[in-house]
Design a protein around this ligand. Structure first.
Ligand code: DGP
Length: 115
């Protein structure tokens, strides 16, 4: 856990944000600035700065993030209508929090290409 990381604090309960899911590896909570009717962030509970920091050893963590996203999409009722998973990496992609996070977006038609 990184002392100055907001997502570490949320994922580990130091900042009281309602979690929509948690287990030993993954936590999920609603985005503070939702871009769609469903906008959930899934994060590892351990601090990982982002995609560029991933290694082969993170395979099980990535599988857990994606399967949890699929389960939450079913729970949100958007599995059939469709949804998008987004991981922003670096400034051009608009990454603002340096803790790996998967955006789960759905509940409306999402444009392509993204802005
Ligand atoms: P990104 O641009 O991919 O780094 O997305 C970061 C997202 O995190 C952004 O959509 C807003 C969200 N966010 C930032 N701070 C907080 C917070 O304190 N609580 C919650 N729930 N979401 C946050």
């Amino acid at each position: 856990m990184a002392d100055d990381c907001i997502f570490c604090k949320i994922a580990n309960g130091q900042i009281p944000v309602p979690l929509v899911y948690q287990d030993e590896r993954v936590a999920a909570f609603r985005d503070i600035n939702p871009q769609a009717p469903t906008h959930i962030l899934l994060v590892p509970r351990a601090h990982v700065t982002g995609v560029p920091a991933l290694t082969d050893a993170d395979g099980p963590l990535l599988a857990a993030l994606l399967t949890t996203a699929a389960a939450l999409a079913r729970q949100e009722g958007i599995a059939e209508s469709g949804y998008r998973l987004v991981i922003n990496a670096g400034p051009d992609a608009g990454q603002t929090v340096d803790h790996l996070h998967v955006h789960l977006l759905g509940g409306r038609a999402l444009g392509w290409p993204p802005g």
